[in-house]
Structures are given as structure tokens and as C-alpha cells.
Write a protein that binds this ligand. Structure first.
Ligand code: C5P
Length: 400
């Protein structure tokens, strides 16, 4: 962690006393540490202790009452490589989840551009409350990495889940974070995402419920690890900005195919998440179809299979991952797709699982390899699954 800039947010829970030890560990690793404390946290640990150990001034207020100097939360938010909030109380968690910024720490959260890690700590009933669960899930859906609370003795005298992850474990997580950060440096990844719209006439189309969330989350995960990404996206409401991201927005399957054909051979990894329409109207009317007859027949013609094209052209040094969404016999169909489309692996999501698939923030997936090895994952936030999928690809790609 030598030279890494860590902004440490401390909130008002009893676990704040452990932060002195955490800062010692981070300094031993030669990280640079700056701390923001909420006013409530100063009752649990003295700012003097934190300033001395971190070897930096501690930031608490928006402005210093003595000399009138203003603390620039925007600059503070731009400074770190990572922002860690530990311990995170239920109160500050709720503020982060709603964008409430009544102190320097919460305002800096909204300004910060770097990845955020949080280590919640609270009494067991507060931790188990659905409000807390929802707030944590919401932050996870924004890409915040959560270091879940652990079980054990709590300051209230009760025993249960709510203890902050131990400082040594936080250091391990941070070390992993920095290791992964550049693990995909120099890799070129092509991703298809979202639905395609197939025009019937100037105002109507055939489409599907895909929102693109899974594909965008995978793109973001690759970017966070240093990869260069070409995201070929059908119509979605999502936005993603990154210096190493090139987004190519298309509407129809044929448009998606042509972008893939122009690029695939100069990429090493292909992740095909798009829910491509299988058929398109054979004729796309130039004028709006009038409602005259009782029945209207639209003849459809099969769309090109973009993934199958990429599989056919695939070279030895390329890794190709497809997706399969099935309502029944998911594993059987997926195994056939691996062969028919010449894939290295396939992600199967079955609509049989509640909370999985189109529009949800969560998904339940299994990944099947070319050798028919199945890896099952529990139901998770799509952002967390994106990280699992990228881990899987990086392991398999190295083996290849
Ligand atoms: O055959 P099926 O449509 O179930 O295959 C799904 C996989 O194939 C997904 O990875 C999807 O992105 C891709 N696909 C494609 N072009 C199509 C149809 C599906 O790239 N026309």
C-alpha cells in the first residue's frame, strides 16, 4: 500500500476506538492517511489521537471557527485512491443512502470520485433492521464495497451480528482492492449490453425488458481493474463515464453486429450480455401503420446471431463469454450454446428464481465452463455479481 492515499471517514460508534489501531496498521504499510471525523465520533476517540497517528490534520467541520478557514470537501473528495468509512453507523449509512449532507464527511461522500469501502458497525437489531439492509443494498447497487459486520460481543452486552470487521481484516481487504485495481491493465474487453429495438415503422418497435444493468456493471468492474472497454449498448437509461471507456450506442441487432464485426478481432475478451431480439420485421414501414383492419400481420425474419459470429471468428488467444436466460432446462440449453456458439463459458440466469433477471438489481447466476464445470453463485446485487464474473474470467483467461 506504499504511497496509496486513503481517506478514512470515522463516525460515532464505539468501534471508533479501534480506528487508532487501524491507522497504525495502514501507516506500517506506508499508506498516506487523512481522516474526516463526524462531530459524534469525537466523543468516542479524540481527534488528537487520530491526527497524531495519521500524521495529518483531522477534518471535522466545514470551516475552522478560530481562523475562519474553509475546508474544501470537493478537494478532499478528489484526493484519495480510496475512501473508507469505518466504523459506519446506521445514522451515517442512512444519510449516505439518501444523499443527506449535513456534515463534512457526508458532503465529501457526495463529492468523492474514488471507490468507496464501508465497514458498518451497530447493535444487532439495528443491523438486522430492514431499513439498514435496504440502505446497504442501495449503496451496493451504486458500486460501494461493503465489509459486512461480524458476529460477537457487542458494546450493548448483547451477542450477535454488528461488530465492525477487525482492523487486520480491513487491511487485507484494502490490499486486495489495490491488487485487483490494476489486474486487468492492458486488457481490451468488448461488451454487448441492453436490448435491441427492431423497428416496425417510424414510431413502433419490437423490444424486450432488458435494462442493460448487468452489462454496464461488468463494464464498470473491468474499468475499475484497469482494462480498456468497448461497450456496445442497445437503448438503455444508463450512463457510464470513464477515460478508458468507449461506448457505441446502437438500436438494432444488425447495427450491433456491424460494430462487433469491426472490432472483435482486436479485442482479447468478449462478454456478450445483450438481449438481442431474435427476429425483426422483414419490412420496416417508412410511414406509420394506420389502424384500419381488425387484424394486422407482421412477418418477421431471423436476426443474425452476433455471439455465434464472434465464436466462429474466435482466435486461440481470445476468451468469449455468453449469457443465457432461460425459463426452463436452463443448464441443458446453456451447455448446447457453449458448443454451438464456440464459447469458453456461459453465464446462466434462470427466470425461475425470484428477484433474478430483467429490471431487478439482483440476479442469481451459474457459470458453466467449456468442460461443463458448473459454478453456482447465491442471489446477489448485479454489481457484486459483476465482480464475481470478472474474477471468473480473469482466472479462466490466465489458464487459457
Ligand atoms: O441463443 P440465445 O439468444 O439464447 O443466446 C444468448 C446469448 O447470445 C447472449 O450472450 C446474447 O448476447 C447472444 N446473442 C447474440 N445475438 C443474437 C442472439 C443472442 O449475440 N442474435
Amino acid at each position: 500500500m506504499k504511497g496509496k492515499k486513503i481517506l478514512l471517514g470515522i463516525t460515532g460508534g464505539i468501534a471508533a476506538y479501534k480506528i487508532a489501531f487501524l491507522i497504525r496498521l495502514l501507516k506500517k504499510e506506508e499508506a498516506e492517511v487523512k481522516c474526516i471525523m463526524t462531530p459524534a465520533s469525537c466523543d468516542f476517540i479524540s481527534p488528537l489521537t487520530i491526527a497524531t497517528l495519521s500524521e495529518n490534520p483531522v477534518y471535522i467541520d466545514f470551516w475552522n471557527q478560530k481562523d475562519g478557514q474553509w475546508t474544501n470537501h470537493v478537494e478532499l473528495g478528489m484526493w484519495p485512491d480510496v475512501f473508507l468509512i469505518a466504523p459506519l453507523t446506521a445514522n451515517t449509512l442512512a444519510k449516505l443512502a439518501t444523499g443527506y449532507c449535513d456534515n463534512l464527511l457526508t458532503a465529501t461522500y457526495l463529492s468523492a470520485k474514488c471507490p468507496l469501502l464501508i465497514a458498518p458497525a451497530m447493535d444487532l437489531d439495528m443491523y438486522a433492521h430492514p431499513t439498514t439492509t435496504n440502505n446497504l443494498n442501495l449503496l451496493a447497487s451504486y458500486g460501494v464495497q461493503i465489509l459486512p459486520a461480524e458476529s460477537g460481543f457487542l458494546a450493548s452486552g448483547l451477542i450477535g451480528k454488528g461488530r465492525m470487521t477487525e482492523p487486520e481484516d480491513i487491511v487485507v481487504t484494502l490490499n486486495n482492492f489495490f491488487m485487483l485495481k490494476n489486474s486487468m491493465l492492458g486488457k481490451k474487453v468488448l461488451i454487448t449490453a441492453g436490448p435491441t429495438h427492431e423497428h416496425i415503422d417510424p414510431v413502433r418497435f419490437i423490444g424486450n425488458h432488458s435494462t442493460g444493468k448487468m452489462g454496464y456493471a461488468i463494464a464498470e468492474e473491468f474499468l475499475n481493474r484497469g482494462a480498456e472497454v468497448l461497450l456496445i449498448s442497445g437503448p438503455t437509461n444508463l450512463t457510464l463515464l470513464h477515460p478508458k471507456l468507449q461506448i457505441n450506442k446502437i438500436i438494432s441487432a444488425n447495427e450491433m453486429l456491424s460494430v462487433v464485426q469491426n472490432n472483435w478481432l482486436s479485442y482479447e475478451i468478449g462478454v456478450f450480455c445483450a438481449a438481442v431480439a431474435d427476429y425483426r420485421p422483414i419490412v420496416q414501414e417508412v410511414r406509420k401503420i394506420k389502424k384500419n383492419d381488425e387484424e394486422l400481420t407482421i412477418t418477421l425474419i431471423k436476426n443474425p446471431d452476433i455471439l455465434a459470429w464472434a465464436g466462429e471468428k474466435k482466435k486461440e488467444n481470445q476468451f468469449l463469454l455468453g449469457f443465457a436466460l432461460e425459463t426452463n432446462n436452463a443448464i441443458d440449453y446453456a451447455e448446447k450454446k457453449i458448443i454451438n456458439k464456440n464459447l469458453d463459458a456461459i453465464v446462466v440466469n434462470s427466470l425461475e428464481n425470484e428477484g433474478a433477471g430483467f429490471g431487478y438489481d439482483t440476479n442469481k447466476i451459474s457459470i458453466i465452463s467449456k468442460k461443463k464445470q458448473i459454478t453456482d453463485f447465491p442471489i446477489k446485487q448485479k454489481k457484486e455479481l459483476a465482480s464475481d464474473i470478472v474474477n471468473y474470467i480473469s482466472k479462466s483467461f490466465i489458464k487459457k
